[in-house]
Write a new protein. Structure first.
Length: 321
C-alpha cells in the first residue's frame, strides 16, 4: 500500500521502520520541525525524520496543518504534498499536531492512529505515564480510525500487555512501541483484505492522560509511599521525580515501598546506606535506590552517598525553600 506516515518521537519511528520492512511504500513523512536539544541546544531532527532520511523518504515539517491558522503557507504546502502522495491510507503515531478534517478526508482508507493505551482509557498525550502513575495492572495498544475528536474514533485492533511492578515509562514505552508497529502492519493487511471491523469506543471508562508538566516532578512526601513509588516509575525518564535537600534538587530514579509505620514528619530521612535512602511518607516508607544530583550521573545509593552525605533526621523538601 501507499502509506503517508505522520509521527515524531522514537515510539513513532519504530512503527515507521515496521511499515518499511513490511514492504509498504511511504511517499511522504510528516513530522515536527527540528527542535533545539542537548546541552548545546542545537537543532535536532526528530527520530522519525532521521529514519525517513536514511531510507530516502520525502519529509515535510509544517508547524501547522490548519489552512486558516498561523502558518497558512506551510499548511497549504503540506496539503499539496499530501494530495500528490496519492496514498491509500495515513498512519499516525505521536505526531504532535491536530489533523484537520481535510487531512482525515484525503486518503481513501482514512487515517489510522497507533495509540498506546486500551481505549477509551487514557485518551490524550501521556497514556504510558498515566497508566503507571494510576497503578493500572495492564495497558496496551489500540489501532484507531481517526475522527475529529481527541482519540475518540472507532477501534480497529487492540493488543494487551501487563504492567510489571518494576516497569518505568521508558521500559513500557519500548514494549508498546514494538507492539504498535506490529499491530499497525496487521491492520494494513486486514484493510487490504477488507477485513477490518470498526468497533465504537464504549461511552463508559473514559479517562484523559493529560500532558506531563515539569511541575509534577516535585515529590509531595505527604502522599503514601505506594503513590510516590508509582510516580517515580511514571516520571522516568521525564521529568524525573524530584526531592530537595537544603535547596538542591535531587532526582529520584528508582524506589520501592517499605511497609513500615513511623511517627516523624513526612520527608524525613530515616536511614541512608548502601541499601538505599529511606524516607518517611504520609503512609509507609519510600526506599530510594537510584539518585542523581544536578549535572551528575544516575547513581546507586551506595555511590551516591559517597559524594553526597545524607543523614537520618534530614528532610527532603517537596520544593526549594
Amino acid at each position: 500500500m501507499r502509506v503517508i506516515f505522520a509521527g515524531t518521537p522514537e515510539f513513532a519511528a519504530v512503527a515507521l521502520a515496521r511499515l518499511h520492512a513490511a514492504g509498504h511504500t511511504v511517499p511522504l513523512v510528516l513530522t515536527q520541525p527540528d527542535r533545539p536539544a542537548g546541552r548545546g541546544m542545537k537543532l535536532q531532527a526528530s527520530a522519525v525524520k532521521q529514519l525517513a532520511l536514511q531510507h530516502g523518504m520525502p519529509v515535510a515539517q509544517p508547524r501547522s496543518l490548519r489552512l486558516d491558522g498561523k502558518y497558512p503557507d506551510e499548511a497549504l504546502a503540506a496539503q499539496q504534498a499530501i494530495h500528490n502522495a496519492h496514498a491509500d491510507v495515513m498512519v499516525v503515531a505521536a505526531y504532535g499536531l491536530i489533523l484537520p478534517q481535510w487531512v482525515l478526508d484525503v486518503p481513501p482508507l482514512g487515517c489510522l492512529n497507533i495509540h498506546a493505551s486500551l481505549l477509551p482509557r487514557w485518551r490524550g498525550a501521556a497514556p504510558i505515564h498515566r497508566a503507571i502513575e494510576a497503578g493500572d495492572a495492564q495497558t496496551g495498544v489500540t489501532i484507531m480510525q481517526m475522527d475529529a475528536g481527541l482519540d475518540t474514533g472507532a477501534m480497529l485492533l487492540t493488543a494487551t500487555v501487563s504492567i510489571a511492578p518494576e516497569d518505568t515509562t521508558a521500559s513500557l514505552h519500548d514494549r508498546l512501541a514494538d507492539m504498535g508497529g506490529e499491530l499497525v502492519v496487521q491492520a494494513l493487511a486486514q484493510a487490504q483484505a477488507e477485513q477490518l471491523k470498526p468497533v465504537p469506543q464504549p461511552e463508559v471508562g473514559v479517562t484523559y492522560a493529560h500532558k506531563i508538566d515539569k511541575a509534577e516532578a516535585a515529590v509531595d512526601w505527604m502522599q503514601a509511599a505506594e503513590v510516590l513509588a508509582r510516580r517515580v516509575r511514571a516520571f522516568n525518564p521525564f521529568p524525573g521525580a524530584t526531592g530537595h535537600v537544603a535547596g538542591e534538587a535531587i532526582k529520584l530514579w528508582q524506589a520501592h515501598v517499605l511497609t513500615r509505620a513511623h511517627d516523624v514528619k513526612p520527608g524525613t530521612v530515616l536511614s541512608a546506606d548502601d541499601q538505599g535512602v529511606c524516607v518517611a511518607c504520609g503512609q509507609d516508607v519510600l526506599c530510594i535506590t537510584q539518585l542523581q544530583r544536578a549535572g551528575g550521573k544516575r547513581l546507586g545509593a551506595a555511590d551516591f552517598l559517597r559524594g553526597f552525605a545524607l543523614k537520618p533526621g534530614q528532610c527532603l523538601d517537596a520544593v526549594v525553600t
